[in-house]
Structure formats: structure tokens, C-alpha cells
Design a binder for this molecule. Sequence first.
Ligand code: NAD
Length: 300
Amino acid sequence: MIPKIVGVVGAGQMGSGIAQVLAEAGLGVLLYDSVPRQVEQGLDAIRLRLEKRAAKGDFPEEGMQDAVHRVIGVKTLKEFHDAEFIIEAVVEDAAEKKKLFAWLADIVDASTLLASNTSSIPITELAAVTRHPENVIGFHFMNPPFLMPGIEVVRGLLTSDATFAAARELARHLGKEVVVSKDRAGFVVNRILMPMINEAVMLVGEGTASIEDIDRGGLACLNHPMGPLALSDTIGNDTTHHILSVMQQEHGERFRPAPLLTRLVEAGMFGRKTSAGFYEWQGNSIQRVNPRVLEFRDAG
Ligand SMILES: NC(=O)c1ccc[n+]([C@@H]2O[C@H](COP(=O)([O-])OP(=O)(O)OC[C@H]3O[C@@H](n4cnc5c(N)ncnc54)[C@H](O)[C@@H]3O)[C@@H](O)[C@H]2O)c1
């Protein structure tokens, strides 16, 4: 059964995008973030994107305001008690996510399904802190959720058939193509993607090519819509680093984050969301290569 009300925890780039996808599909959404300003910004971003989509004819004008109003910002997680399905999209940190799931497990009733948008953390590990691990599932949207057609659905070791079927049904209701993965760190998509990004960062560090040429290689030679360094800036270099570290723990040294990526994260250069990463950004637009990165070149 499709849930009527879905709770989304975390109103960053993924949480606000996920809330939009759910609202576009006619579902009621409760949006929470531990930083209230993030909820306000998330709601504003949803309204702006939906207005743009309606203006371009990609979403029916008459349904646009209703979709905007279907997303309600809430101030406490207690307001999630009526949600039948909850999707967490907080920072990619196992300790943070486990704290949240343990807390949610105390609020929601026994039938509520808990989904994680984690990019890499095993679902079984997150489910272990809840009262009903059979109700926990990986529901990994791609970035941005309202444009990307695919979603990974990940079964933890204890996920029930009913939870898996419900998540799959919801994904299809949202118009997503489902990729099913077993519960190994990084699942399918990031096992493929992250080594490429990490290797691109190594190329920068070694000085093999310029940042622009490395990204041109992705664009013009591999026909990707975005170069790997611009992509890491878009994902968030902090998130890229978290994902690689989780995969390194489970799969070994081949996923060790490039030292330059570590330096960028230490310097707070997370990419688009902090306006500086491999590039300097203004909103969604690249302005130029970040000159500070070139100073780190020998960091490999
Ligand atoms: N960025 C991507 O391309 C991408 C793609 C797919 C999945 N993901 C996954 O989605 C999740 C979120 O990533 P993002 O890019 O949106 O990050 P983000 O940094 O844009 O947003 C994270 C949000 O979570 C909030 N938050 C942190 N701890 C919280 C808590 N305990 N309770 C409530 N809110 C909390 C922060 O205030 C922030 O607003 C991560 O698990 C990430 O791996 C990211």
C-alpha cells in the first residue's frame, strides 16, 4: 500500500529533493532537520523548483500549489507519529544515523517503515538499533532525486519480504526504476562511481592533468553529463569522503580516500554547498577552478 504521509529527516540537498518527489506524486510529506534554517531553505527550494517546472510545462500548473503545500516543515521528530514511511537523509555518518533510528523507533508505531537514503552504510547495521529491524530498508535516491530516474533498494539481512515489497511499490509509484542490491557497503552504484571519482582526485594530486582537462575527459571522452571533479563538488566532497571511508572499512584499501580529498574536507571545501571545492561556485554555477586546490597538488 502506498503511504499517505511520509516523513523525511534531513532537509539538505537530498532530503529537500526527496520531499519534492514525494509531493509531486501526491503524498503528504513532513520535513524535519536538526537545523531549522535547513527546513526553511528546503521548503523554499521545493517551491522554486516546482514553479520552474510548472512554467516550463514539466508539471501541471494547476497542481503546482497543491504539491508545494503537501510538504510541511515540522520542528520536532515527535510530529512524525502519523507517518507510515520515514526516509532519513541526514549526514552520511553511521553514528548519527543510528542515533536517529533509535530515537525514531521509540516514537513511531510497530508498523512504520524506516528507510535510509544512505549511499554506503550497511542497512543491517542501522536496523540493529531499532525495535523492528524487519521494517528497515535502504532507499537510495540519486542526486538530484527529482531528475534522476533510478533508485537503489537495499535489503538488510533482517528486512522482511513485506517491507521490501512496500518499498519497491513506493519507488514505482514515484516513477523510479529500481536497482536491487544486497547489503554490502556502497551497494551497486557507489561501488561503480566512487573509484572513478577517487582516481580523478589522485590525478589532480599527481599533477597528471589540470582539473579542467580531467573533467573534460569525463564529459567529452566518456560522454558523462558532468566531469568527476564537478560531480564530487556537487555530491559534496564531505559526502564523497564519508562514502569512500565506509567502503574502505568493508572492502579494503582500494577505496582509501585520496589525500587531496581528505585535505579538502579538512579545509571545509565541501564543493557547491560551501561555494568552494575543486571549483568555486555561485549557486549551481561553476565560476572557476579553486586556486587553493592547486596549492595542495603534491598531496596526491
Ligand atoms: N549528495 C549526494 O549526491 C547524495 C546522493 C545520494 C544519497 N546521498 C545521501 O543522502 C544523505 C544526505 O546527503 P546530502 O547530500 O543531502 O547532505 P547535506 O549535507 O546536504 O544535508 C544533510 C542534512 O542533514 C541534517 N542533519 C544532520 N544530522 C541530523 C540529525 N541527526 N537529524 C536531523 N537532521 C540532521 C543537516 O542539518 C543537513 O541539513 C547522506 O546519507 C548521503 O550519503 C547523497
